[in-house]
Design a protein around this ligand. Sequence first.
Ligand code: BGC
Length: 396
Amino acid sequence: MTDDSAPALPDTFLWGASTAAHQIEGNNVNSDFWALENQEGSFLPERSGDACDSYHRWPEDLDIVTSLGLDAYRFSFEWSRIVPAPGKVSQAELAHYRRMVDGCLERGIAPIVTLHHFTNPRWFSDLGGWQKSENLAHFLEYVEAAATILGDVSHVVTMNEPNMLAMLAAMVAQGEREELVAGAMPPPDAEVSARVIDAHHAAREVLRRASDAQVGWTIANQNFQAEPGAEEVAREWGWPREDVFIDAAKDDDFIGVQAYTRVQLGPDGALPIGDDVERTLNGWEYYPAAAAEAARHTAELAPGVPILVTENGIATADDARRKDYVRESIAGLRQAVADGVDIRGYFYWSLLDNYEWGSYAPTFGLVSVDHATFERTVKPSGAWFGDLAGRGGVAP
Ligand code: BGC
């Protein structure tokens, strides 16, 4: 158990929940992930389908954020909707996402907009995706278009988990789909990583010119922990999978920390999770120290860059266990702040039970969704989390 004695977080601390377009909107028929889900004999057990129908029901989602007492909402734009074909920008879709930004501002919610959350337009993947240097220009055209409606948002995330994106690109290129345990994935192709880093830096320039938003990106942090004697292995393991992307954020306005669990490393790499260890619904070790450890690691690698914990949460059917996880996670973050780590916000993943990249089974939400009627029901942990936020993270 983490010591729970650290002071409350300040009033300026942002409290929110996160989502991503493909996981909640429904019918993102022009995205490459939709194509993967719907192909004959797909290895993915479930299709996203209508998801949570948030493409239409976003005002209700924002009302829930408000009713929980949260003051920020992280959501993403869907590139494949905004640019349905190369060079063709949909003004109607831009207007749709601008209505969402306005919906946040009208409710006093800080909009944290992610421009790229894993999915690419089908046409982009058909052109070779992130493997091809000439495709970078397509991403930047999209960023230019999106930047026209982002002038007054508080934070923009150029890309979500570029390290996962780059590792997935390597796996898809090699035709491997088995090992989706993030910490144990093969390292990304260094060229793809460099391209994605270039994409981030170029997008940051575009956004800084066009908006007043704080610009950053969010990294998947696995908390690589070395067994005694494996310290050097852990350093070499962590650099291409994670640290190179944190290093690339040194001149950003903020960096997003996303952490759920840890990965222990021995001399030969990632170690299996022990049989007696508690696991969450997606098979990860229950490890509520993850967010604070990841924030401390990030602060060491990118000193002086303010941190937002843009994702942290647990997939569980036991809602009381969700409270345990979040309570302990936030106690750890309060302690990190007391120790001088510059953490300015916490976003629970996720607002809604949603499409977890192939399955609806791992339920992360503060709010459950009936996938036939789309009715939303706030879970006890949702109301509890809002209350915790109001107390600066100090549990009663
Ligand atoms: C992603 C989310 C995902 C969550 C839980 C993060 O890697 O950004 O899209 O649902 O983790 O797996």
